[in-house]
Every structure is written in C-alpha cells, then in structure tokens.
Design a protein around this ligand. Sequence first.
Ligand code: ATP
Length: 325
Amino acid sequence: MIELEGISKTYRIPVRSKGVGGAIKALFKREYEVVQALKGISFKINPGEIVGYIGPNGAGKSTTIKIMSGILVPDDGKCQIGGQVPWQDRKAYVGKIGVVFGQRSQLWWDVPVMDSFELLKEIYDMTNAQYERSFNELCDALELRSFLDHPVRQLSLGQRMRCEIAAALLHEPEILFLDEPTIGLDAVSKIAVRQFIRHINAKRGVTVILTTHDMSDIEALASRIMMIGKGEILYDGSLESLKRTYIKSKTITVDHHDYKGEVQIEGVTLISQGRERTILKVDTSERSIAHVVSDLTDQLSLKDVTIENEAIEDIVIRLYQDHQI
Ligand SMILES: Nc1ncnc2c1ncn2[C@@H]1O[C@H](COP(=O)(O)OP(=O)(O)OP(=O)(O)O)[C@@H](O)[C@H]1O
C-alpha cells in the first residue's frame, strides 16, 4: 500500500547577518543554511495497518507526511502509495487519501460545517448515494449532528477536530494521515477520537498513519511504531517488541497489613515504605517478578499487589539517548 525508499528532503533557509549592513548585503548576495530534514528513509506499510509515527520536535515527521500526501516533493528517493506517486497525477491521488493536520483547519471557518461537507462532495465528485452513506456513517460515529449548522469558528476544539476527521474521510479514502489529531484535546475528546479511529480502521479497513507526541494515542491505537530522529528511522517494529527490548524495570506497589520492618529483597530498590503501602522498583534483568512477589509474601502480609511497566515515554527517551538525540 505504502512504500518509501531512500527518501531525502532538505530545506534551504535564508540567513542574514544582523543590522542594516546585513540587510543590504542580503539584497546582493543571499546566503542559505541547509537543513536536512529527511536522510534517506525507507519503510513499507500494509493495507489496514495503524502505524504510530513518533519522534521529537523537528525530527522530520511532518515532512514525511507532507511528502506522502503529495504536498512536498522529495530531493531524492522513491515513494509509491496505492500504486501512485503522490506528487504526480494529484487529482486521482487525493481521492485515495485523507489528511488531518491537527494544528491547521481544512474547513471553511465562517460557514456552517454542513456547507463545508457539501462543498467537499462537489470537490471529490461524489455521487449522492456515496455522499449520503459516508456522511451518515461519519455523523453517527462522530456525533456531529447537533452542531452541523454552526459556523466552524464557533465550535469547541474537540467538536472541530471531529469535523476535521469527518471531512478527511468523507470521500471514503483508503489511507488516512493524521498529524497530531489529539493535540490540545481534553481527556474525553481524546478517547472519542481514538475510539473513532479504531472504528473506521475496522469498518472501512482504512490504513492509518498517525503522528503524535501523546504516547497514550500510540498505546491505544498503534500495533506498529516507527520512530524517527534527526531525519532517520531509529526503530520500526511492534510496540510489544519495543517494550520487551527496552523495558528494564517494573514498579510493584504493595498494599499490606501492618508494617513489620523494612523490606529487604535482592535486586530491588525500595522507593517508599509506609504502614500500609510499600513501593519497589525491580530491575527485571536481575530478578524475576515472580521471585520478588514470593519474597514479599514472606516479609509482608499482602492485601493487594499492582505491577506496572515503565511508561512508554521513558522507553522512548532512553532510545533517543542511545542515539544521542
Ligand atoms: N518549510 C520549511 N522550511 C525550512 N525548514 C523546515 C520547513 N519545514 C520543516 N523544516 C525543518 O525541517 C526539520 C524537520 O521538520 P518537521 O516539521 O518535519 O519535524 P516534525 O518531526 O514534524 O516536528 P514537530 O514535532 O515539531 O512538528 C526541522 O529542522 C525543521 O526546522
């Protein structure tokens, strides 16, 4: 479905020395700084996958999405999406993709949402039957009906984002690019957006490429993650395998009856110990959780035990550190 091979992209940014002298000099001779945003990245994505594309600010995520959506042309490399090159034959290509840039709107700001949808029907040359089917499905799944006649500028951020996603999917594309779709949303709206992405992926088989800084989006949605740093793919694999490779510790929280003295267990760091709750960190490469829990049972009268993995954010930070990013 999606195939990128050796894609590179550089930007030329004009630089100018300070002051009036610099401005005059720039009139005669422009100097540029070259930023290499993508350094020959390659990957393949199969139909129906949901891929989380993550990386720190300036890593090259948006540049990749812009190339895949045909807005930017790379300096080098090949890109084939659904059998087409995104920046060629644009009219046929845009029918295959939907794009949401969380920080920008594709809806007409001053007109009711409904008018934007009807205009999109004309732009994508949809039949009445196709439009009705898609529109009704999206309105129901995203609960849009109560504000369809409101101008976009009067919508809350959560309502607007639901409309943006509906607008991107109205023409029933096979691929959806989502660039930070949950940015700025409250917890309830984030959950609604995630549920909808799962729903549309299962129902229509839409392939989803999602960039986000919110690791809970990734945990909720993506079975595969690609991590980019300084224009290079640093990791491409399952979230599970990332966790297996990089998770080095687990935290055990034990609720217990009366405190009988300080817990002492090999390979464990005691984080805190109170009368009824003890928190420990276990280096899983040194001790197995089963052994630690068994030792705890000997030393404490247990009421409840919770075992938590390291947060995915911590794993990602460690991976960036390994690559000196
Ligand atoms: N239009 C542009 N002109 C010049 N440089 C650009 C342009 N767009 C991006 N860059 C530079 O290219 C690099 C990659 O930027 P890009 O926006 O792709 O990163 P990103 O991973 O999406 O970052 P963020 O998470 O902050 O959105 C950065 O160094 C950025 O400053």
